[in-house]
Structure formats: C-alpha cells, structure tokens
Design a binder for this molecule. Structure first.
Ligand code: C5P
Length: 218
C-alpha cells in the first residue's frame, strides 16, 4: 500500500483553463490542458485525501472515487466554486490557468462578420489565489503555480508574498518538456526561505514531489 499521509484531509484543487464568453459560440481561452491539476488530484486522493477538483473545460477524466469534480467554465464560476470549497478545506492548490480579463459584455447573438472592425472591451476577473490567500486561516495551506517568461524566480517570489501563499510552484516556459499540454514538467518550488529545482519528470511524479512538500506544512 502507498502512503496515507493525507488521510482525513480535505484538499481543494483548481485545474484547467477558463473560457470567457464573447458570444454564444466564441470564447477567450488558453492552452492549459489540466494535466498537472488532475495529476495532483489523483495523487492527493491516492494518499487518502478528500479532493474537490474545480475544473475548467478539459478532456480528462477523474479516476479516484474520492475526487469530487465540479465543472466550471468562466473565471467567475471558478471563483465561486473555489471559494465555497476552500472554506472547509485544509489546503488549496491553485493549478488553473485563470483568465485575467473577461469581455465586459457577452453578445446575445453570434457576432456577424459584416463590420469594419471589432473591438472587445475586457474587464479584470477576480484573482482567486489572492482572494483565498486573504481569507486563509492559520491552519490552512495555500499553494500556487506560476508560469513566467522572464525573471522567473523574482516574479514567483513576488506572487508568493502578494497572494499570501505557503509555496509556489514555478514552471518555466524556457525549459523544454515543461508546461502546457506536456506530460512532463520541470519545476522549482519556492517558499519564503528558499528555492529548490527538481529534474524533469512526469506530471504524476511532479505531483508527488509537490504533495510531499505540502504534507510537511500540514
Ligand atoms: O498572477 P498569476 O496569474 O501569474 O498567478 C498564478 C497563480 O494564481 C496560479 O496559482 C493561478 O492558478 C492563480 N490565479 C488565480 N486566479 C486568477 C489568476 C491566477 O487563482 N484570476
């Protein structure tokens, strides 16, 4: 039998992209596959946790019976579901690639081609990580992700502090075999004291490393 070091714990995980509706048939999205978040959910459940997986639109399936999946589409829906689930969780892991901006209004009908140009006005979405960091109780833990293209460690450290996270998992776009849609990932775990870089591994193995770190803080 494997480790049961999350037995009796509740973990809330966000995963996947969000879709921000432009009109009934179009949206603003991103390349997140949800693979890292789903791997984290399976590892947490495998180690004994009750998992709530707040998932954006992805083509993945849940396997473990102790994963309760809540499907959402927009950043706003993800914010509502994540906030509700985090309230009685021991830990939150924010793995979703949440849109930072959403259309100020969604058209009721499909937007037609017959125009000179089209301007989409966007408004900011809620930062789920920052909101949960603000509401975080002393006995709760919160883990974030960061994907950066430059000055990675400095930006990640800034996010860690700003969003009141316990640690942040940095994936670099500069590393081959890391990030969106891949089955592998290369991470650096950053907390208030230090930064440790792990070798390139499968997302399943990376999830185990992340959960090992989380368990030390619970
Ligand atoms: O600021 P940035 O989006 O790079 O921060 C990334 C972290 O914040 C990730 O953990 C991501 O899931 C989370 N996030 C969030 N809500 C947002 C934007 C980002 O929870 N609206």
């Amino acid at each position: 039998a494997g480790k049961e070091d999350l037995k009796g714990r509740k973990v809330m995980i966000t995963a996947g992209p969000t879709y921000e509706k432009i009109d009934p048939v179009r949206f603003i999205g991103n390349y997140s596959s949800g693979k890292m978040g789903y791997a984290l959910a399976e590892v947490c459940a495998g180690r004994g946790a009750e998992v709530t997986l707040v998932s954006g639109p992805v083509s993945l399936q849940v396997h473990h019976p102790n994963i309760h999946r809540i499907n959402v589409e927009s950043a706003e829906e993800m914010y509502q579901a994540a906030t509700a689930a985090y309230a009685d969780a021991d830990a939150g892991i924010l793995c979703a690639a949440v849109a930072d901006f959403t259309p100020e209004c969604t058209a009721d009908h499909k937007i037609k081609r017959e125009k000179e140009d089209l301007v989409l006005r966007l408004k900011p979405t809620h930062d789920i990580a920052a909101a949960l960091g603000k509401s975080k109780r002393e006995n709760q833990r919160l883990v974030g992700f960061a994907l950066e293209t430059n000055d990675e460690v400095a930006h990640a450290q800034d996010k860690l502090a700003r969003k009141n996270l316990d640690f942040i998992v940095l994936n670099s776009l500069n590393d081959k075999g890391a990030g969106f849609r891949c089955d592998t990932n290369k991470i650096t775990i950053i907390d208030r004291q230090n930064a440790s870089t792990y070798p390139l591994k499968s997302k399943k193995e990376v999830a185990e490393d992340i959960i090992d770190k989380l368990v030390t803080l619970l």
